[in-house]
Design a protein around this ligand. Structure first.
Ligand code: ZN
Length: 322
């Protein structure tokens, strides 16, 4: 039997203007910027991490914002929507909130248990807020723009669109240890553990769908949780033995990662819960200054000159004097 994931760790997407990204995800979605660093594989670009107060796995949405990025195309072989969990009865508040900042959103009743508010971020990335009758016990980040009673509890689910779902299903069930929960039309739901928000993947099978194009406003990859590097190493060897082209373990400073592409074309990552985001700055000051891993510190000056300065809304660090 394979290792079993505890659910989603983070989703990483490609954005445009970093300032617009910060403004939308902090004041629009009410998330906290928990790390301002750079893309370790391309250090002239930011890597921005948003999440709950501590950036816990399962709350994280991250971006590579490229100032002049061309628009991508959402389509087959991608994670085509990222859903966050919000309290039941909160969607009316959210719809008004988005209206006030010029973002259109639509409410859909998904089932007797689930209502969905769909919207796009400033770069066209598809997002959903899901209010479920199954309550989500996670504590939200209490921000000035989104009061705690309405705030995002963390990830709810990721939607993958593929032309043929047989290989995708095989990976989710046999390699990641998820269970198939239901199937409705061309949509199949898989869940990790006890199936609560944060551990859900919906797979949409669309044989005629156009291929997605990875650029602005699209998801780059989704990451699943593994507790530690020892378990990750066992998992990596197992994936390699079964013929997946899996990377070596890469040091992402706040976690370690392995990557492989599932047969439907979506890039999967498996990321550790440890060490977490307070490894290089105090919890109360997360996201405040540009953090670099030790191997990029010697290039700090060049990197700081390459990335545009960002104005951070004060609510991101409430204890820091305005
Ligand atoms: Zn990642």
């Amino acid at each position: 039997m394979s290792a079993v994931t505890q659910g989603l760790h983070h989703v990483t997407a490609i954005g445009g203007d970093p300032q617009k990204n910060v403004d939308f995800y902090i004041t629009g979605l009410g998330l906290r910027l928990v790390k301002k660093t750079v893309n370790f594989d391309s250090p002239g670009t930011y890597h921005l991490y948003y999440g709950d107060d501590a950036g816990r796995p399962g709350s994280l949405m991250t971006f590579f914002p490229w100032q002049q990025v061309p628009a991508g195309r959402i389509g087959a072989g991608q994670s085509t929507s990222t859903a966050f969990s919000v309290p039941a009865g909160s969607l009316g508040w959210w719809k008004e909130h988005f209206g006030a900042i010029g973002i259109d959103s639509t409410v859909t009743t998904v089932s007797s248990e689930e209502e969905r508010l769909s919207l796009r971020d400033p770069d066209g990335l598809q997002l959903d807020l899901i209010a479920s009758s199954v309550s989500d016990p996670r504590d939200p980040w209490d921000s000035a723009s989104v009061p705690a009673e309405f705030a995002i509890r963390g990830q709810h689910s990721s939607v993958l669109t593929v032309k043929d779902s047989s290989g995708t299903s095989e990976v989710l069930v046999n390699e990641l240890g998820m269970k198939q929960v239901w199937e409705k039309g061309n949509r199949t739901r898989y869940a990790a553990g006890d199936g609560i928000a944060g551990g859900i993947v919906d797979v949409i099978t669309e044989p005629g769908a156009r291929e997605g194009l990875s650029a602005g406003g699209t998801v780059h990859h989704i990451a699943f949780r593994v507790p530690d590097i020892e378990t990750q190493d066992v998992w990596r060897r197992q994936l390699a033995d079964r013929g997946y082209q899996v990377t070596a373990i890469l040091d992402r400073q706040y976690f370690t990662s392995i990557y492989f592409r599932e047969p439907g074309g979506v890039l999967f990552e498996i990321a550790t819960d440890t060490p977490g985001f307070d490894i290089d700055e105090p919890l109360l000051e997360l996201g405040r200054s540009l953090k670099l891993p030790p191997w990029l510190e010697p290039s700090r000056e060049a990197i700081e000159n390459a990335v545009l300065p960002l104005a951070l809304p004060h609510e991101n660090n409430p204890t820091v004097a305005a």
